[in-house]
Design a protein around this ligand. Structure first.
Ligand code: PLP
Length: 426
């Protein structure tokens, strides 16, 4: 099937369902009856796959995982409770105390805090560099570096990452490239085709798309050699799991050793599982992802063009504008779009930016992106308020920046609202 058909059909076949249900049923159950003790032992020993307990897996969540895997052309996925848990698990699945990873200084605020404050408390160090400086990325890799990590398009600075170049650097050093593809979605960018090994999503945003659920996922491309000697967690016997050496003992499944370990170690023991109700919502949202993204992106380009030509606007960043520093990379990676986010600085700085937001009528003022509705926020006083001015600038979010997530409403209404709010903030 082509991508747009997979959005509707991958992961769920109503022919195979005894009731013929056209949408995936919501399996509201915590546990699953074993056939006998041998069956139970076989499931626990990873000798066969099947349902055990809904923290480890659930048929509704499994259908979503199969759909996500198919959409990105990966080998296996693990759905999680949030994008945040997906970011965290994607990293702790391959690193422990004393290890590090190289990442961007330009990151979503919550991720920035996780990397700056939380992971170092557990001895995992994030080496932050400007992600457009490929030499700095490579120079930061040492013998304890377990991954390169970035956002495909950064939140909120809208810097487009050069995934292919970053993956080449990572692979030269025998480590994976992990990308947070929340801002691109699989509808705009097939990150695996460009060289990424692991994709992380906040499914809370465009993938589910309607502002109704918090959800995340980690998807593995398959084929990375986790037993190549760079991952002590995959070499040493895991005493919590029958002395399994994840990089060496999985036989036919070694192709997806990362996903199997993620489910069996972090998910099983730390427990940020997705509920079946959430999986149902995400699957419903995915059905219209292509249609929504098309409209989101067309509207965003028009909104960016309106803003850049407005005399009261100081600067605009939208990767699809020819004048944008990320334009060339956007042409390569964003499938003919510039994405659906626009950020800008209004003349009059931070105060005028806040006034602008207070004067919006149709735009919703919320701490979210990727809803069907148009959304606006001032990151420096909200999502990124934990950062000081220097960190804000390094994160690509100067104090005056206003972030717009452009929705799928009529573009005339979007521009009308932007226009009146700018006028009223003068
Ligand atoms: C790029 C990016 N990654 C991860 C997250 C965290 O996702 P969640 O809110 O689903 O935990 C966000 C949230 O805004 C985000 O923008």
């Amino acid at each position: 099937m082509k991508y747009d058909s997979k959005l509707l059909h991958a992961g769920w076949d109503s022919d195979a369902d005894p009731e013929g249900s056209i949408t995936v049923p919501i399996y509201k159950t915590t546990a699953y009856q074993f056939n006998n003790t041998e069956h139970a032992a076989s499931l626990f020993g990873l000798k066969e796959f099947g349902n055990i307990y809904s923290r480890l897996g659930n048929p509704t969540v499994g259908a979503l995982e199969a759909r996500l895997t198919a959409l990105d052309g990966g080998a296996m996925s693990v759905a999680l409770a949030s994008g945040t848990s997906a970011v965290m698990y994607s990293l702790i699945n391959i690193m422990s105390q004393g290890d590090n990873f190289v990442t961007a200084s330009q990151l979503y605020g919550g991720t920035y805090t996780m990397f700056d404050n939380i992971l170092p408390e557990y001895g995992i160090n994030a080496k932050k560099v400007d992600i457009t400086d490929l030499k700095a990325v490579e120079d930061s890799i040492d013998e304890k570096t377990r991954a390169v990590y970035c956002e495909t398009v950064t939140n909120p600075g809208l810097v487009v990452a050069d995934i292919t170049a970053l993956s080449e650097i990572a692979h030269k050093h025998g480590i994976p490239l992990i990308v947070d593809a929340t801002f691109t979605t699989s509808a705009i960018q097939k990150s695996f085709e460009f060289g990424a090994d692991i994709i992380v999503y906040s499914l809370t945003k465009w993938m589910s798309g309607h502002g109704r659920v918090i959800a995340g996922a980690v998807i593995e491309k398959g084929g990375f050699d986790w037993g190549n000697g760079n991952f002590p967690l995959y070499d040493k016997p895991d005493t919590s799991y029958g002395n399994m050496r994840w990089g060496h003992d999985l036989g036919d499944l070694s192709n997806v050793a990362y996903s199997i370990r993620l489910r069996t170690v972090p998910l099983r023991n730390l427990g940020a599982n997705m509920s079946p109700d959430t999986a149902f919502e995400v699957m419903s949202g995915l059905e219209t992802l292509s249609l929504r993204m098309e409209r989101h992106c067309i509207n965003a380009k028009k909104a960016a063009e309106f803003l850049i030509n407005h005399e009261s606007v100081e600067w605009v960043r939208f990767p699809g504008l020819e004048s944008d520093p990320s334009y060339e990379l956007s042409e390569k990676y964003l499938n003919g779009t510039g994405g659906s986010m626009v950020v800008f600085g209004i003349k009059g700085g931070k105060a005028a930016g806040q006034k602008f937001i207070d004067n919006l009528k149709m735009f919703r003022h919320v701490a979210n992106v990727g809803d069907t509705r148009s959304l606006a926020i001032h990151p420096a006083s909200t999502t990124h308020s934990q950062l000081d001015e220097e960190q804000l600038i390094a994160a690509g979010s100067p104090p005056e920046l206003v972030r717009l997530s452009i929705g799928i409403e009529d573009i005339e209404d979007i521009i009308e609202d932007l226009s009146q709010a700018i006028e009223s903030s003068k």
